[in-house]
Design a protein around this ligand. Structure first.
Ligand SMILES: Nc1ncnc2c1ncn2[C@@H]1O[C@H](COP(=O)(O)OP(=O)(O)O)[C@@H](O)[C@H]1O
Ligand SMILES: [Mg+2]
Length: 308
């Protein structure tokens, strides 16, 4: 199945100022003079396919993310949502097609992207403090090596701003293994923001959070996108917590992908065409969407949480 791009993804970059006080998420300046970075899409996937273990995970996928956009990657377990992020980052090779990330070949711009892989949680006995988790995003490649005084003070100030930005001040000094899932997730988002990326790639950041925390973390991600101008490409199993914030969705099926606004894509017609089987999208009285009849990938039937 080929891509049905229901709407042009391009919209102007947000013009709002940064959050007051806490301002930019990192001291690292945006790379404004990067000739590749101009105003083109941050992510471009063109007619791409991925084969793993001899099986085509997806094919004929085209997708894009423009500066400042909040885009969700949706679809059932095992359809290849995590694989799409990894292919963009060059962690998994394409079997065909093309990917550009920040105008460069996969792997060429990863240092300028904040990537939060899919995960479970920190081990409860982990003694590393929340602050240290954030700090790892800044200098993880030279962790443990002393920085000269001025740079050390700058790094501490950046970590403090990030902790404030994600609202983690009350617990950032505690061992991260003892924090709740929502608290850990906020600190990991701060870590992903540490180098001032133009794009955040988040893989199911709401997974395993309770509903109030899902709403709070979704709101935080939306604020980062809107107020800090950081584009977000986020994998979600359930669209509802982020539905009101999204500019566009990329819905993955094993045949391909459909992208457009949530209203355009998450409909019985569009999803039935994508999956080649009748699918019903119901709207609950509170506005939540329920997708009925969506097939899961065969490999996931016996092991829903197999590849996290
Ligand atoms: N290393 C691997 N080797 C072979 N198959 C894999 C590998 N990793 C993932 N897969 C398979 O690729 C498919 C897509 O996986 P994934 O991208 O994790 O799906 P999702 O994130 O949508 O749940 C699944 O069927 C999964 O079993
Ligand atoms: Mg996944």
């Amino acid at each position: 199945m080929s891509l049905v791009n229901l709407r042009s993804p391009v919209r102007p970059a947000p013009s709002k100022p940064s959050l007051a006080g806490a301002a930019r998420p990192a001291s690292a300046p945006r790379r404004a003079k990067d000739p590749h970075a101009a105003d083109g899409p941050l992510v471009e996937v063109a007619d791409a396919s991925v084969v793993m273990g001899g099986r085509t995970v997806w094919s004929t996928v085209s997708a894009s993310v423009a500066p400042g956009e909040f885009v969700a990657i949706l679809g059932p377990n095992g359809v290849g949502k995590s694989t799409l992020l990894k292919a963009c980052l060059g962690l998994i090779p394409l079997a065909s097609g093309r990917v550009r990330l920040l105008g460069r070949a996969p792997g060429g711009a990863n240092a300028e992207v904040g990537y939060l892989p899919q995960r479970r949680s920190f081990d409860a006995s982990l003694r590393v403090r929340g602050l240290d988790v954030v700090r790892l995003g800044l200098d993880g490649d030279r962790w443990g090596l002393p920085l000269p005084g001025r740079r050390s003070r700058e790094a501490a100030a950046t970590v403090a701003r990030l902790v404030e930005l994600v609202g983690a001040g009350a617990y950032a000094h505690r061992p991260v293994g003892q924090l709740s899932g929502g608290e850990q997730q906020r600190l990991l988002i701060a870590q992903a923001l540490a180098r001032g990326p133009r794009l955040l790639m988040l893989d199911e950041p709401l997974d395993s959070l309770d509903l109030p925390n899902q709403a709070a973390v979704a709101g935080l991600i939306s604020r980062i996108c809107r107020d800090e101008g950081v584009a977000v490409m986020m994998v979600a199993h359930d669209v509802n917590p982020i539905l009101g914030y999204l500019d566009r969705v990329i819905y993955l099926g094993q045949g391909g992908a459909v992208s457009g606004t949530p209203d355009e894509v998450i409909t019985s017609d569009t999803l039935s065409r994508l999956y080649g089987t009748p699918i019903e999208v119901l709207t609950a009285s509170d506005g939540r969407l329920v997708v009925v009849g969506q097939p899961e990938a065969p490999a996931q039937h016996t092991d829903r949480h197999g590849d996290r």
